[in-house]
Design a protein around this ligand. Structure first.
Ligand code: NI
Length: 183
């Protein structure tokens, strides 16, 4: 595995639509490995292939906790996220996915406006309105289809990363964007 360079806002590749993956080749497997490494090195929650300059519909997400755990082996399909009961903090289960050709197939009517950042927009944070819950269909690393339903951080990450595959950055749709450290 190797670190890849993360493209920064202003790079025209970030505004291009990515192509579907037709076959999960060694090249795609290497890309996914590099994406995990690159994401964890930057303390990211998710990363989309176009952010490392590869216009393919591939996303990695680790919404377990913001730090992630670089020691974990990447898995294609983790257990589904816990259904949070009330406002209790969700159990720290592993919420980690590789998504090949992900598609949002259902969104809640309810939306949430929350803080968002992006490894391609360093030093900035914005407020973005997103669906509170999303259902996504994707292929795992074996090419098997699966579905996940996310809420909270996972819903936000799914929407944000899938937007990247269509050339959309959160700054394109944010209610407001500001610098991180205003002190
Ligand atoms: Ni991003």
């Amino acid at each position: 595995m190797a670190l890849r360079k993360v493209l920064i806002e202003g790079d025209p590749l970030l505004h291009k639509a990515s192509r579907e993956v037709l076959e999960i080749t060694d090249r795609i497997r290497a890309l996914v490995g590099d994406m995990w490494e690159t994401m964890y090195a930057a303390n990211g929650v998710g990363l989309a292939a176009p952010q490392v300059g590869v216009l393919r519909r591939v996303v990695v997400i680790d919404a377990t906790k913001p730090e992630g755990d670089p020691e974990d082996e990447p898995t294609g399909l983790a257990d589904p996220p816990p259904r949070a009961g009330g406002d209790a903090a969700p159990a720290p289960e592993i919420i980690k996915y590789v998504l090949i050709n992900p598609e949002i197939i259902e969104v809640s009517e309810e939306t949430v406006s929350a803080k968002e950042g992006c490894l391609s927009v360093p030093g900035m944070v914005g407020i973005v309105e997103r669906p509170a819950r999303v259902k996504v269909r994707a292929l795992d690393m074996s090419g098997e289809p699966f579905e996940i339903e996310g809420e909270g951080l996972l819903a936000k990450a799914l929407s944000h990363e899938i937007d990247h595959l269509d050339g959309i950055l959160y700054t394109d749709i944010a209610e407001s964007v500001e610098e991180v450290n205003a002190e």
